[in-house]
Write a protein of this length. Structure first.
Length: 276
């Protein structure tokens, strides 16, 4: 079974809501990955970020590769339900393709607050006949609304993998980032998992400060947390080995190397934790 968008009118209406007067992180991410679902304002900001650090596209690919590896690990360890918040514009292979490639009956709910994503949601909804994929538009700052909508697809009496990849660095402390994750996890049953990545300034403080200033001026909030700040998201969870590590160091044997990656440090952390 696959749940489809309601109709073409809905998708058109959502597209009309797109603000192309300022850059959007999801569209910039799409551009870094070589996608075409972005606008001049996104590309211009992307070029400014590249001038600051040419490895930005590599960082995007490394985060995407982590999602593939973590999803593969979770599916191989029996997880059959995934809630992916901050989905972004579809880029194959998407999470459901990785999960259902291992477990055809896997159920996946995607969630994003960018109105451009529903316009391409059909790419997210081409799942296996045995499984279920669904998309909902909501903001991570609305955890109760997300869980309530996801209940239409996900059985919250069974373990769920919560995916927050390259998302929470766009949620400042003033919006209660740690509390939001805690709220989401509190509504998941024992045996559920959190898979997450997050950018950091730990290794490139000067470039990171310049990036934050540049994005803030363009209306994009960026909060680069330390290793300690990132690890706090996993308080109360049992970390899967190797624990909190640089994004590309989490079980690299589960995926292919990222093209263009050099020996330098990719400034971001990744981890997977299980709810006891």
């Amino acid at each position: 079974m696959t749940v489809r968008p309601t109709d073409e009118t809905d998708k058109t209406d959502k597209t009309d809501e797109i603000d192309i007067s300022r850059p959007h992180p999801a569209r910039m991410y799409d551009w870094y990955l070589g996608g075409k679902h972005n606008y001049p304002v996104d590309r211009e900001m992307g070029r400014q970020m590249l001038a600051l650090d040419p490895r930005v596209p590599v960082m995007a690919r490394v985060n995407r590769a982590f999602m593939h590896r973590a999803t593969r690990w979770l599916a191989e360890h029996g997880v059959r339900q995934f809630l992916d918040i901050g989905t972004g514009i579809p880029t194959e292979p998407n999470l459901h393709q990785v999960a259902q490639g291992i477990a055809p009956d896997a159920r996946v709910v995607y969630c994003d607050n960018d109105p451009i994503v529903p316009a391409h949601a059909s790419a997210l909804l081409r799942g296996t006949p045995e499984g279920v994929t669904e998309y909902l538009q909501a903001d991570v700052r609305e955890p109760d609304a997300i869980i309530e909508s996801a209940r239409q697809v996900i059985d919250f009496d069974r373990p769920v993998a919560l995916s927050l990849v390259a998302l929470l660095h766009f949620v400042p402390d003033g919006d209660g980032a740690h509390e939001l994750v805690g709220d989401l996890l509190s509504q998941l049953p024992t045996g559920s998992y959190l898979m997450m990545t997050h950018a950091t300034a730990d290794f490139t403080p000067e470039k990171s400060a310049a990036a934050v200033e540049m994005l803030t001026a363009a209306g994009v909030t960026l909060t680069l947390r330390s290793r300690t700040g990132f690890a706090r998201f996993f308080d109360g969870l049992d970390l899967v080995e190797p624990g909190v590590v640089l994004v590309d160091k989490w079980h690299p044997e589960l995926g292919d190397p990222v093209p263009g990656q050099d020996d330098g440090v990719i400034p971001g952390y990744g981890a997977v934790g299980r709810k006891p």
